[in-house]
Design a protein. Structure first.
Length: 94
């Protein structure tokens, strides 16, 4: 995908916000921990970097739930079938 720097940064901020929200609400991380995790999952990639923004292929919900499984174990999503799909509250982040 070809996008302007502004479009890339908007997408990066949005995905970081969504990822941090999931990590706080479902992963049990503090605000600071969730923000740090979001920065690690969504680092800034300079223009021209190979595969820049590939992480955007799946939305933040997907990546956050994968991380939560690593924290709480694979059974976490089995015990929480409501987490299979993004919640209405997550969708409201827009």
């Amino acid at each position: 995908m070809t996008w302007s720097e502004e479009q890339y940064l908007d997408c990066l901020r949005s995905e970081r916000r969504g990822y941090a929200w999931v990590m706080r609400h479902h992963g049990g991380l503090t605000h600071e921990e969730a923000e740090e995790a979001a920065l690690e999952c969504y680092p800034y990639e300079p223009a021209g970097a190979p595969l820049r923004g590939l992480v955007f292929h799946d939305e933040a919900w997907h990546w956050a739930i994968r991380a939560i499984r690593a924290i709480h174990g694979a059974a976490y999503v089995v015990d929480r079938p409501d987490l299979v799909d993004p919640s209405p509250a997550y969708r409201a982040l827009g």
